[in-house]
Design a protein around this ligand. Structure first.
Ligand code: GTP
Ligand code: MG
Length: 151
């Protein structure tokens, strides 16, 4: 089953939005298969955002991600990579639709509270960067047959 990497950034943690964000993924029907709270080093943040290293905001972004606790998670479900991004909303909260996490809970692009992998390759790489294989838990939940309609 498809998996994606989701992180609640330091602003989301400090603002007390952990449960709110987790509940949106959980209520949709996605399954949490890994979770931890960590303070990433700046070097680790640079690795995570390596694709953006030429952008003018890269340094500030990495300082910010490493400025406090981050809740790192792996969520599983059909279409979770793409739909997870839909739940999150557009990068700039001014452009995120109401009803999305960023649309409802954030205002500026540099403090947009959550990260989500943007495709299958980045999901794979980010899960590997943030988690050891043994930290991922495979299990079936009783709700799955009601969520997917199969036995
Ligand atoms: P992530 O899920 O965090 O990767 O966001 P994204 O995929 O929606 O956007 P992208 O990967 O392009 O940018 C990564 C992060 O850099 C964003 O979430 C923002 O926090 C930050 N960012 C992107 N564009 C800007 C910008 O123009 N200015 C500033 N200050 N930050 C930006
Ligand atoms: Mg991104």
């Amino acid at each position: 089953m498809e998996r994606t990497f989701i992180a609640i950034k330091p602003d989301g943690v400090q603002r007390g939005l952990i449960a709110e964000i987790i509940s949106r993924f959980e209520r949709k029907g996605f399954k949490l298969v890994a979770i931890k709270i960590v303070v990433p080093s700046k070097g680790f943040a640079q690795k995570h955002y390596h694709d953006l290293k030429e952008r003018p905001f890269f340094n500030g972004l990495c300082d910010f991600l490493s400025s406090g606790p981050v809740v790192a998670m792996v969520w599983e479900g059909e279409g979770v990579i793409k739909y997870g991004r839909k739940l999150i909303g557009a990068t700039d909260p001014q452009k995120s639709e109401p009803g999305t996490i960023r649309g409802d809970l954030a205002i500026v692009v540099g403090r947009n509270i959550i990260h989500g992998s943007d495709g299958p390759e980045t999901a794979k790489d980010e899960i590997k960067l943030w988690f050891k294989p043994e930290e991922l838990v495979s299990y079936s939940s009783n709700a799955e047959k009601w969520i997917y309609g199969v036995n």
